[in-house]
Ligand binder design. Structure first.
Ligand SMILES: *Cc1c(COP(=O)(O)O)cnc(C)c1O
Length: 327
């Protein structure tokens, strides 16, 4: 099991102050009516890079910069790379970002616009990770993984501090789940503060590596296929060190959604909540709309507030328009 502590999360929050947003937690009357319990949305969409990944990247880069590191590298489906580029620029160091050719153009452009070196490598997240590790070993970059890293996990976990300070009686957290950095951090910190809280992970059915790995009892590879929730694509790493064991220990449930359901989540966010949300960010809403979130796992928490993490906004606007007009 990982050596993450709640003290690491509070230290991460200090590093994030002034660098990443303390995001709003807003009530959703329409989802509350649907769920039969108060539903709140935690809006990581308003981070300056459009996703929560700025938290973990900032926590890692700030620690590296303190030790004199001058160049960082990562592999990313987009949002982590963008966050790393932003954090590196803010802290005055260089960033390189390796991505697979499946990553949407808008995400590639966003990273380049932040002044990072972009390297396109292979057709999978795993290929991109191999290239990033090569730059780390051959060109002197410090590697910052997208999820399987204690500093990154502690950064993402700061979301739980904000949620429970605003809503101390939160009963259920609904968290998008891919590599599990977000889920592990948020569930770890939330349960350390409020042990009765339930943490539910949500992934797309197409290529859900963590779900498949949990079922197999160890990290396994799955085929990476295109999905509306493109930020949830990619494997968890066969040599996973932190997020597999944390997710296994902390998840009360992991839900899988099909593509039409994810589209309904995006449409609901837009029409009812007036939010532009990417597929990965909309899976929690989709799970609620599908009736997949029963509420708290434990009887004493039944009917208690449900907090849905809206993890990111970075959808290609042409794709967004198509989904809105077709649904
Ligand atoms: C990365 C990402 C996720 C999943 O985070 P993991 O830590 O890999 O599980 C969810 N939503 C968005 C928008 C992301 O960028």
């Amino acid at each position: 099991m990982s050596s993450l502590s709640l003290a690491d999360v509070y230290r991460a929050r200090q590093r994030l102050a002034g660098r990443a947003a303390h995001t709003p937690l807003v009530a959703s009357p329409s989802l509350s009516a649907h769920a039969g319990a108060p539903v709140y949305l935690k809006l990581e969409t308003v981070q300056p890079t459009g996703s929560f990944k700025l938290r973990g990247a900032t926590n890692a880069v700030a620690q590296l910069a303190e030790t004199g590191v001058t160049r960082v590298v990562t592999a990313s489906t987009g949002n982590h790379g963008r966050a790393l580029a932003y954090a590196a620029r803010a802290l005055g160091i260089e960033a390189a970002v390796c991505m697979s050719s499946l990553v949407p153009r808008n995400k590639v452009d966003a990273v380049a616009a932040l002044g990072a070196r972009v390297v396109i490598a292979g057709r999978s997240q795993d290929d991109a990770q191999i290239e990033a590790q090569r730059l780390a070993s051959e060109e002197g970059y410090a590697f910052v993984p997208p999820f399987d890293d204690a500093r990154v996990i502690a950064g993402q976990a700061t979301i739980a501090l904000e949620v429970l300070e605003a809503l101390p009686d939160a009963a259920t957290l609904v968290v998008p789940l891919s590599g599990g950095g977000l889920f592990s951090g948020v569930a770890f910190a939330a349960k350390a503060i409020r042990p009765s809280i339930a943490a539910i992970g949500v992934s797309m059915a197409r290529g859900a590596a963590m779900h498949a790995s949990l079922a197999a009892g160890q990290p396994i590879e799955v085929e990476e296929v295109p999905t509306l929730a493109d930020s949830l694509g990619g494997g968890i790493g066969l040599d996973n060190r932190h997020t597999f064991s944390l997710t296994r220990a902390l998840a009360d449930d992991v839900i899988l959604l099909d593509e039409p359901s994810i589209a309904r989540g995006i449409v609901h966010a837009y029409r009812q909540e007036r939010l532009v949300v990417e597929g990965a960010g909309a899976v929690g809403i989709a799970a609620l709309l599908d009736g997949r979130i029963a509420g708290a796992e434990r009887a004493e928490e039944q009917g208690g507030p449900i907090v849905v993490l809206i993890s990111g906004a970075n959808i290609d606007m042409a794709v967004h328009r198509r989904i809105i007009s077709e649904t």
